[in-house]
Design a binder for this molecule. Structure first.
Ligand code: ZN
Ligand code: ZN
Length: 352
């Protein structure tokens, strides 16, 4: 193994440097993963440009997959050269939630790509319990999507979407597009909505024939018409928009559910009309954070992997850029400044 590697290292707010750093040293239960692809997440934008990571220097990037190339001394030797996705949350294994196996709720967790070094690098150190093995025949690049797919699965299951329901998903970024695909897989009719026509076309190509381009069409009128004036059972707000947040109350039926996913950039204003609608219709507003991570009663990451493998969830149509590691900052700027059309941008060190 080489002693040094290239990485995009965050030294301070808006100070991401492509540079040489030591290859991480492994503990007994760690493996070294050679990164194949790491997605730039919407949450990386404020993390790199505005708020910073928990300490500096840190290598950001939490949506990644690659190949296991080195093992700590207590790791199963069969793991070597396996393709993997990585669960970026590292639980403490000591707190109450950890004791009952609900690792996502860990009170003292570590997180690759925000609290600890993540995937905008040639290599990353990962505890062997955080690996999800990618079967042969599945493109290793797709492993980078397992994190956002798991996040979206959590959104849909956490809001109890069931067969035959009408669901509206606002904001077809990667998470919104996966939420829409999951809701469809759960048996709902999905109104996938975005201002950007190209994203609406992708949703249609994924079988969501009721997708709506809200910059050209009246989403409220269409949804009301197609639901016999009743409205939808659930709305997913994946745009982080106050406008959408208020519109949700207009199109939800009585006892509908509003699932909040998108992170607004500023304060949201709730209109009096929306508040009144929430009261009268007895609407439930529920937040969802990150992904589920537990072994029982099921492991959400395995379900996500199975859906990726059998084509229930598709990732290829949403990749817009594959860029070398040296251009990580450029990729972040494309997303922040919207200088060109983009969807999912993947950082791939092999391109350097
Ligand atoms: Zn993310
Ligand atoms: Zn814990």
């Amino acid at each position: 193994m080489p002693k040094t590697m290239k990485a995009a290292v965050l030294h301070g707010i808006d100070d991401l440097r492509y540079e040489d750093v030591p290859v991480p040293e492994l503990g007994d239960h760690d493996v070294l993963v050679k990164i194949k692809a790491c997605g730039i997440c919407g949450s990386d934008l404020p993390r790199v440009l505005k708020t910073g990571t928990y300490h500096f220097p840190t290598i950001p990037g939490h949506e990644f997959g690659g190949e296991v190339v080195e093992l700590g001394k207590d790791v199963n030797p069969e793991y070597l050269h396996k393709n993997v996705a990585v669960i970026p949350l590292i639980p403490c294994h000591h707190c109450k939630p950890c004791e009952v196996g609900d690792y996502a709720q860990c009170e003292h967790y570590d997180f690759l790509g925000s609290r600890n070094d993540g995937g905008f690098a040639e290599y990353v150190k990962v505890p062997d319990t955080n690996l999800v093995f990618v079967p042969d025949g599945l493109d290793p690049e797709a492993a980078a999507f397992l994190e956002p797919i798991s996040v979206a699965l959590h959104v849909v299951s956490n809001n109890n979407v069931t067969f035959g329901e009408d669901v509206a998903v606002y904001g077809l970024g990667a998470i919104g597009m996966f939420v829409a695909q999951w809701a469809k897989a759960f048996g709902a009719r999905v109104f996938a909505i975005d201002l950007d026509e190209s994203k609406v076309e992708i949703a249609k190509s994924l079988g969501m024939k009721d997708a709506i381009c809200s910059s050209k069409e009246d989403a409220v009128a269409i949804i009301k018409e197609k639901t016999n004036g009743e409205g939808v059972d659930a709305v997913f707000e994946a745009a982080g928009s106050g406008f959408v947040f208020n519109q949700a109350f207009e199109i939800l039926k009585n006892k509908g559910r509003l699932g909040c996913v998108g992170r607004p950039v500023g304060d949201l204003t709730v209109t009096n009309k929306s508040f009144e609608a929430m009261l009268r219709k007895q609407i439930t507003v529920k937040g969802t954070w990150s992904f589920e991570f537990k072994s029982f009663p099921h492991n959400a990451w395995d379900i996500a992997l199975a859906a990726l493998r059998d084509g229930t969830i598709q990732v290829a149509p949403i990749v817009s850029h594959r860029i070398p590691l040296r251009d990580t900052y450029k990729g972040i700027r494309i997303m922040a400044d919207k200088t060109e059309p983009f969807f999912k941008i993947l950082v791939e060190p092999e391109l350097d």
